[in-house]
Design a protein around this ligand. Structure first.
Ligand code: CTP
Length: 402
């Protein structure tokens, strides 16, 4: 019933898999969805507007400048009316255009204009799929919040074998239902503060001290909390990641700035300190670039940075739940327990950041979650999955307190 009365905008790209879209339209309609279709110029080489409109009950749209009544149903209206946009098949060309914000035809204009979720079902030759350029566009689309279904592996129309086959209509339907299913929001009414990323501690105007944190785990946690309905603020050190959707991101550079930004956001119900804050900063920042001197090296004097997790844990406006991280390279559990006590946080999430684990900067994480009355070992999983599980655990904790 999830698709009942939903407006789906289907963008059909120019690939052999376009024929599957006729079945997709039929199945969307069977589930009570209204379907409008935009065909790219190339799509018309594979399916006809007549077949499409016979199934949708509406004309198939394709021309940016020749819509029957632009005032009534222009590209913006097509984009605005949609609860979900499905791009199938998403060709390499269409993906590249959307990843770069090109808007030269009706399909790409509507995709740029829409604020609805966008589900992308790629289909292309395996070598085109594996090309660095396509993978880069794919990563960009993911960062921009587009959702991917497929591609599947198998025999391809071009005679090759591998990933590149468009998902079957029922797989696309399942992904669409997942996106449009009413979401549980057990953290609604709670404010969550998340720190993430490294901090940069300047040495002089061009140099800084830093660490290898990518920010991925903290960003994923902030997104997961927001997805469960929390009012979420992400205080982030310098990273290469874009601002996550559905929450407030505050960008800072140094530990001192990070602490100030966090204190501004208090009170909060929950604080999750995932940032790899630099422990020290340089005392006496040089105003000019430090120059080499014959045979000598500059003696940098370091002073300790404020401990943000500890400060929040002892704050007059202390959140009800403070979660710290323990990045260790040895004696993981013992050091993590000691850190929990030292910082005064409630839970601590320990992870082994030895270079051979690939955790720092990588996409996976394996963590130990230590609370006052439990110790859990979580299997290695994607950082997004760790984030989702942590957000659920926090939601259950608060439910238990009511
Ligand atoms: N942390 C913080 N402020 C700091 C240092 C750390 O808020 N100045 C937080 C981290 O975000 C993390 C926890 O404290 O939640 C532990 O960080 P970690 O780097 O593992 O430990 P440190 O306290 O820096 O101790 P050490 O470097 O001695 O292991």
């Amino acid at each position: 019933m999830t698709l009942q009365n939903k407006n789906i905008l289907l963008v059909i790209g120019g690939g052999i898999a376009a024929y599957k879209c006729l079945d997709l339209i039929r199945r969307l309609r069977e589930r009570g969805a209204g379907v409008r279709v935009i065909m790219t110029a190339a799509a018309g080489e594979f399916v006809t507007p007549l077949s499409v409109s016979a199934l949708t009950g509406e004309p198939a749209f394709s021309d940016l400048f020749n819509l029957t009544d632009e005032a009534r149903i222009g590209h913006i209206e097509l984009a605005r009316a949609a609860d979900l946009v499905i791009v199938a098949p998403a060709t390499a060309d269409l993906m590249a255009k959307v990843a770069n914000g090109l808007a030269g035809d009706l399909a790409t204009t509507a995709l740029l204009a829409t604020t609805a979720p966008v589900l992308i079902a790629p289909a292309m030759n395996v070598r085109m799929w594996e090309a660095v350029t396509t993978q880069r566009n794919l990563a960009q689309l993911g960062q921009d919040g587009k959702i991917l279904v497929g591609p599947n592996s198998g025999d391809m129309a071009c005679g090759e074998f591998g990933p590149g086959r468009m998902s079957e209509p029922m797989e696309i339907i399942a992904a669409a239902e997942d996106i449009l299913a009413p979401k549980e929001t057990p953290l609604a009414g709670h404010k969550v503060l998340v720190t993430a990323g490294p901090t940069h501690e300047p040495v002089d105007p061009v140099r800084y001290l830093a660490n290898r944190s990518s920010g991925k785990q903290g960003y994923a946690i902030a997104s997961a909390c927001a997805a469960l309905g929390a009012e979420t603020v992400l205080v982030s050190g310098p990273t290469n990641l874009g601002d996550p959707k559905g929450l407030k991101t505050v960008r800072v550079e140094t530990a001192v700035e990070m602490l100030a930004a966090c204190e501004t956001e208090l009170p909060a119900d929950i604080a999750i300190c995932a940032a790899a804050v630099a422990d020290w900063r340089v005392d006496g920042l040089a105003n000019q670039k430090i120059k080499k001197k014959n045979g000598g090296v500059p003696g940098l004097k370091l002073i300790e940075n404020p401990d943000i997790c500890k400060t929040i844990s002892h704050h007059a406006k202390r959140p009800a739940l403070v979660v710290g991280f323990a990045a260790e390279t040895e004696n993981l559990i013992d050091y993590a327990k000691a850190k929990r006590a030292k910082k005064g946080c409630d839970w601590i999430i320990a992870n082994d950041v030895s270079p051979e684990t690939g955790i720092m900067g990588g996409d996976n994480n394996s963590v130990y979650v230590i609370t006052p009355d439990s110790e859990e070992t979580w299997p290695s999983m994607a950082k997004s999955a760790v984030a989702g599980q942590l957000a659920q655990k926090i939601a259950e904790h608060f439910k238990g307190m009511q």
